[in-house]
Design a binder for this molecule. Structure first.
Ligand code: 9MR
Length: 462
């Protein structure tokens, strides 16, 4: 008994001793400094700052233009500094820099501090990359279409839209003129004018045409909204419309969004007139009718898409969309999923987007990033397009293009931007988004000049 007590006692003492030894070592290790936000930011420099580390003799400062410090500014790869700040000069304007520090005592060096990002004021002297988007996308090992939402009025030969479209884009979607309300004037009566002009523009110029969209609750013409007939007659009207439109454009469009936004933000079927009048099977029916019309017209290659928004960050909605997609797939009625991607500079995250898209990839479906724009002012906290947000937006465009370009070639289709110039985007004027007039979500400014977002797009293809 006494021996056992001695053994336990000795063991406990050894254990305590080993703990306190570690603690002492911890106390003596050189702490990593905490870096503070930059001060005195101007057009050509800033003051990098950090907190004092007791017992440090100096600090090693790194400055880079990349967040992962792949490269360093000349002279700022572990630059020794004895002070608690460093005035950095001779930098470019309107450019993002990153800094971090380590503490040093004799030969001992601490872990890295946090990384601070700072954007200089003024205008960058480095011009945007003028490479045409489709030229770079076409040169990829696994190319894809670079799309643009268009309006018929923009397609006059020689207009600035026309020049940019032909140079940079390999696909078009009608921003609204191929929806039901402009086309369907009355039962069986159609106005094809604008839609025909858009489709002919694509066909004549070797630009892919994506049809958007056969069935969308926002674009129902008044005569159908107020339809006096029975539910069965309503359903026949929808069938007739889908059949006539698919037939009219057979062989001229590569793909159609058959049903748009059928899932609401709580992850249930959206309570639309189509659900009310036709029941929950209406989605399958619409795809079936589109397929039958295409086949009857000899257009057996027509690609049918389900298109929706905000599925990446909203998991209940995402799950419901994939439930619909699975049902369509089981009936062999769907070829692809359209991810609208009306995103912001903060959301959704890279992981959320990848997870969402990869669910469709794993089902062997085509992926269309179908309406991309990236808001920089979702909280209405800026009144001018700041350098910070410009660069955030550039990074976000780069991120999504990179994600898209990484999917297998069999799943690639198109990545479409929802409008050309910032001032024409739907974003600043949407009442729900609540930042009237104040956003800059696209690739071109109001003068048709390429923005950093355009350079970000190109960099995403590297
Ligand atoms: O950007 C489009 C705007 O010009 C139209 O007035 C509106 C109604 O037809 O549709 C906008 O585009 C929507 C797209 O068709 C579906 N997803 C949401 C888009 C923005 O509302």
């Amino acid at each position: 008994m006494k021996n056992i007590f001695l053994l336990v006692f000795t063991g406990a003492m050894l254990f305590l001793n080993s703990c306190s030894k570690d603690d002492n070592e911890g106390a003596n290790a050189l702490e990593a400094p905490v870096a503070n936000p930059a001060k005195d930011v101007n057009n050509t420099g800033f003051r990098a700052k950090w907190m004092y580390v007791s017992t440090a003799q100096s600090y090693l400062l790194d400055i880079s233009t990349s967040a992962d410090f792949e490269t360093f500014l000349p002279d700022y790869n572990s630059k020794p500094v004895t002070d608690l700040n460093e005035v950095v000069v001779g930098l470019d304007g309107g450019t993002r820099y990153f800094y971090r520090v380590r503490a040093k005592r004799d030969s001992e060096i601490s872990a890295y501090s946090n990384v601070i990002s700072v954007v200089t004021n003024g205008v960058s002297s480095i011009p945007e990359d003028p490479t045409f988007l489709k030229v770079k996308a076409n040169a990829l090992q696994h190319p894809f279409f670079v799309g643009m939402a268009v309006k018929a009025s923009q397609l006059e030969t020689g207009s600035q839209y026309d020049v940019i479209l032909k140079n940079e884009f390999s696909s078009i979607s009608a921003e609204y003129e191929m929806k039901m309300n402009p086309i369907s004037v009355a039962s069986g009566v159609y106005n094809w004018e604008a839609a025909d002009k858009i489709v002919a523009y694509g066909n004549d110029n070797g630009i892919n045409v994506h049809g958007h969209a056969l069935v969308w609750h926002v674009a129902v013409p008044d005569w159908l909204t107020n339809y006096p007939g029975t539910d069965a007659e309503f359903s026949n009207e929808v069938r007739q419309y889908i059949t006539d439109v698919v037939t009219h454009f057979a062989g001229k469009v590569t793909s159609w969004d058959v049903v748009n936004e059928a899932v609401d933000d709580t992850g249930n079927l959206r309570n639309t007139i189509f659900l009310q009048r036709m029941g929950p099977n209406y989605i399958n029916q619409c795809f079936q009718w589109a397929r039958e019309a295409a086949d009857a017209a000899g257009d057996t290659d027509l690609l049918l898409f389900y298109n929706d928004y905000a599925t990446s960050a909203n998991i209940p909605k995402q799950n419901k969309v994939y439930e619909l997609v699975d049902a369509l797939k089981a009936s062999n009625l769907i070829n692809g999923v359209g991810f609208q991607m009306h995103n912001t500079y903060l959301s959704p995250t890279k992981d959320q987007i990848e997870t969402d898209i990869n669910r469709a990839v794993s089902k062997g479906l085509k992926i269309h990033i179908s309406e991309l724009d990236i808001q920089v002012n979702p909280f209405n906290d800026i009144s001018t397009f700041t350098n910070e947000r410009r660069l955030d937006q550039k990074d976000k465009y780069k991120e999504i293009v990179k994600i898209y370009n990484a999917i297998p070639s069999a799943n690639k289709y198109a990545l479409t931007i929802w409008g050309m110039r910032d001032n024409e985007s739907w974003i600043p004027y949407n009442a729900e988004l609540n930042h009237p007039g104040n956003d800059w979500p696209l690739l071109y400014d109001s003068n048709f000049a390429i923005k950093s977002a355009h350079t970000g797009f190109l960099q995403g293809l590297d």
